[in-house]
Design a protein. Structure first.
Length: 361
């Protein structure tokens, strides 16, 4: 019967796999990594909070697609928490960790990745439901969207806890991996292959949907008299999602490939030399997403900018500048926020600005 090592500290496993965790993470390099990570984690917290607040505040975003986009921002926010925990439990500290604390460190990272991945998959389904009917938004009710969001996090937490629940090498150290000294190599193969397959499926689905939208838009444009903005809106939403998906695949694929090579016990691949750089690349994904939202969606950027401006001014300044956000919100532009209710919503929002002006006069 194999002996189990639940009571050992991580130095036992790191020494056995000959993983160097101290020499390369000391002095100026460690300080640089911590400063770099802290800056980007703060940006992740602030920017993704703005995305979530924008979806909550702006009535134009009260649709299934944007609720799921806000949940993706929440997953990125959670990733920032995971990276903060990692920063203070890495390098020389890694060898002093208990098994449970190390499981928590890795489980947070796995949970954040799964939450983002499953959320993108659900968005793909939502886009398919709406695009195939040539609608901007699907007919999912708020209850169903809430159920989907809860399911996403339930799956993410479960996947993050799988190694802790038993799929590890604590009772058979001969199958321990090199990058994750208490993870079984078979688990790393399963984990990396599963994620890479889902990546491939989503890329294929989005490409097919995008090609369908382009074809239908070209056909309908010559037979309908609807506004150009209305016809282009589904395409713009698809471009936003595909950009987010592309950034996700680019940032996470190298790390997953490294995990796969480690799971296959590739001793000559030099994976120890690149692991930390691929981890930083994965961190950049959570930084890029809010930038993509604001760059690709004019309405999202206008809402975020208005919230930032309002938070930096007092109430009197906000009243004096009330005409500025009204102009931004009321202008007729080709944004992804346009749909049938635009006129009603614009009238409501702009009406508030007018009332404010009358009250100040």
């Amino acid at each position: 019967m194999n002996e189990c090592y639940y009571d050992k500290r991580m130095d036992f496993f790191y020494n056995r796999t000959k993983t160097d965790t101290a020499d390369e993470w000391t002095g100026a390099q460690l300080i640089g990594v911590l400063c770099f990570g802290t800056f980007f984690c703060l940006f992740i917290f602030i920017s993704n909070s703005l995305v979530i607040a924008a979806v909550v505040k702006n009535r134009r975003f009260h649709f299934p697609f944007y609720y799921l986009l806000a949940n993706l921002a929440a997953a990125d926010f959670f990733a920032g928490i995971a990276y903060v925990f990692l920063m203070f439990n890495t390098g020389p500290v890694s060898k002093t960790l208990t098994v449970n604390r190390w499981f928590l460190r890795q489980g947070l990272l796995d949970t954040s990745l799964t939450a983002s991945l499953v959320n993108l998959l659900v968005i793909a389904v939502e886009r398919h439901m709406s695009i195939m009917r040539m609608k901007i938004h699907s007919n999912l009710t708020k209850k169903r969207v809430t159920f989907l969001i809860i399911s996403i996090w339930a799956i993410a937490i479960f996947m993050g806890a799988v190694p802790t629940l038993g799929w590890n090498c604590l009772c058979d150290i001969t199958v321990c991996s090199s990058l994750a000294p208490i993870y079984s190599r078979s688990y790393l193969v399963f984990w990396s292959v599963l994620n890479l397959v889902v990546f491939f499926i989503m890329v294929v689905v989005y490409i097919r949907i995008y090609m369908y939208v382009q074809r239908k838009t070209n056909v309908l444009s010559s037979h309908t008299s609807g506004s150009i903005s209305r016809r282009r809106t589904p395409v713009k939403l698809m471009k936003t999602v595909m950009t987010v998906l592309g950034a996700f695949v680019v940032c996470w694929t190298p790390g997953l490939v490294v995990l796969l090579l480690d799971g296959l016990n590739c001793t000559d691949c030099g994976i120890q030399n690149v692991k930390r750089w691929f981890l930083l690349l994965a961190l950049l994904n959570s930084v890029m997403n809010p930038i993509i939202y604001s760059y690709k969606d004019d309405e999202m950027w206008a809402t975020m900018k208005r919230m930032i401006c309002c938070s930096s001014e007092d109430k009197s300044q906000e009243r004096r500048s009330s005409r500025i956000p009204s102009t931004v919100l009321c202008r007729s532009t080709d944004t992804s926020g346009h749909y049938i209710e635009d006129g009603i919503i614009q009238g409501t929002i702009c009406g508030k600005g007018d009332l404010g002006d009358k009250g100040n006069s």
